[in-house]
Design a protein. Structure first.
Length: 86
């Protein structure tokens, strides 16, 4: 003899406000994520792996000159390629 199906109807109250526990809930109070920057025409993406010491130097320099990693690396690569006549 088959068991009678259990009804879950009425177990969830979707109209009630959650109880305030003092513990931040996932997603509560988070700022909306900013829109992604618009890609430049013809832009290509590149992944770069750096050793810890070099990455730290890059981070510190970026703060000192108030530039992004992107700006610093793009300028350095352009200057290198210009010198190499590439």
């Amino acid at each position: 003899m088959a068991k009678k199906a259990v009804s879950l109807e009425g177990l969830l109250d979707t109209t009630a406000k959650p109880t305030e526990t003092g513990i931040p809930q996932r997603g509560a109070g988070q700022m909306p994520t900013p829109p992604k920057p618009v890609k430049r025409e013809g832009e290509k993406r590149l992944t770069l792996a750096l050793d810890g010491a070099t990455y730290r130097r890059l981070r510190l320099h970026a703060v000192e000159v108030d530039q992004t990693h992107q700006d610093i690396l793009e300028r350095a690569l352009t200057e290198y390629l210009d010198r190499a006549n590439a």
